[in-house]
Design a protein around this ligand. Sequence first.
Ligand code: ARG
Length: 631
Amino acid sequence: MLYQLRQDLITGLRDATADAGYDYEIDISDIEVEDVTDEEKGEFSSPLSFSIAADAGEPPVAVAESIADAHRANGLPDGIETVTVEGGHINYHADRSALANETLSAILEDGTEYGTRTVTESDTILADVSSPNIAKPLHVGHLRNTILSDAVMNVLEARGHDVTRDNHLGDWGVQFGNLMHEYTEFGNESDFESDPIEHLLELYQQFEQRDSMLEDLEENEPVTDRFKESVEEEREYHTESGKEWFARLEQDDEQAVDLWETFREVSIDRFEETYADLGVDFDIWMGESFYAREGWNDVVIEKALENDVAMRGEGEAVYIPIYPDDYENVGDPNAADVDPSLDRAREMLEESDDLEDADFEPFYIVKSDGSTLYGTRDLATIEYRLQEYDADQSVYVVANEQDRYFQQLFVAARKMGYDDIKLKHIDYGLISLPEGSMSTRKGQIITAREVLDRARDRARDIVEEKGRSAEGEIQTVANKIALATVKYEMVASKRARDITFDIDESVSLEGDTGPYVQYAATRGYSILDGADAVPAADQIDPSNFNETDVELLYELARYPIVLERCEERYDAAPLAHYLLELAHVFNSFYHKNQVLEAETARDERLVLTEATTQVFENGLDLLGIDVLEQM
Ligand code: ARG
């Protein structure tokens, strides 16, 4: 099939390059073969000659010609008809109709497994997904994280990896000491009962606001020194008390632990509601607290000191010094992935003020007051994942605000000697909603809930307008359309991009939307509904397929390659884009062709339609989107 064909082309290219006399060491993973689907360029195209040309001192076209000749002489893989050279590119033309039968039988035989389990080596992957901080509501950013990470992990699993999804809750740190202070001092039982998260958020904000209060005061009116002092004293009192509460928590004090557990439980309960709405699941919820409470932080701190990776600072402080050169020596097994960003980080470090007093920047793992930090817990997590899971990869779906932090973390991890694990920050851009599209009365936070409710309301309007669903079904159908909208929108753009999510516009059966793709699949089901029986794939005659049929077929054959691309990029955008393409091609297939009424190719097209619905089902399922047999 197409996927295998591409693999064969890659090995064939490597051999042909050597046989043509270019004996440069070529890493097989460096050989690019893009699928193009273009009359002139054929189905596959490789830019390999461009990277050889400079070393060989020949123009790319000449290199390409020699490699193509050698490949021809060695024999092209089955399924490839010709190889041509155009502008230095080596282009391969597949025998499309020969692919027809094979592709169709593969899809119909493999069903939901079509295109999956393609990797030769299965990695054990531990992934941080969703990972909100407790005591706050999930907001629209968490929605992007949760949906993106679910889709990416689904793809990695489908490819054949062993993925453990870890909801790495932010449930430890001095901010919870602050919250305990605020709660014991100003908390209100009945407010807490009626909406615990809302109440905790208010208290949290109240604590934070004390910091800016003095500045606000000074700006607006002249204040006396005495008054200033008293405000400062007041603030000092609250901050100190917050620290004490956290210290009590770290020392396992019963009252502190009880309070913290209550905050954690009400938070998880609320999170679970949204996760259930989204239909996402996690394998483990290992929150930051686990590493603090189970002694993993200590393991890391001791190890760092023992191996002279860390130094002691003021008070009880311990830090890992990071030198500019460290960014070069990370020795990442997937260096290609990380290098460019590390180079940038290195430049930033060289320019930054942090280096004024020293020639390194400190990555703190213990603060001067003896408490641990976010970074300590992240190093502890890597230690744990290696020891308990023998993980090959530790990956982090976290917004790009933390790019810099993860670069430092990864360098610190290499210095700790965690070399045999791939570390990857799957970062994504900001998400915003168009101005004024939502009320933001809760201090700028747009909750995930509000977004989902809004999408459901809009979807309900659409379903009611169509008037086809029975009353009892309207809500179910609307819900599925709403989820298709939100989920599609969250992954449709490359993850690094910032996105603006216009709910009202995206809840639509037209345009580049999730429901448009969903609806294309529904059309497929209704065609199949109209046929009594669909023949088996080996009972049809592929020579009956016309140009439009073949185009659709070819699109179906590409599916496994798209999944591979998603894995390479740790992104679901290529899949989202592919499904949209497939919807377009399928729509033009049945507009241009007769299916049920076809005279010659009825059986063939029914099989093709069935295969198409299968691929829609598989692809949408990876994005977490349900198909609708009826709409
Ligand atoms: N809880 C963190 C936050 O909301 C994200 C945690 C990401 N994972 C990690 N291992 N640092 O910012």
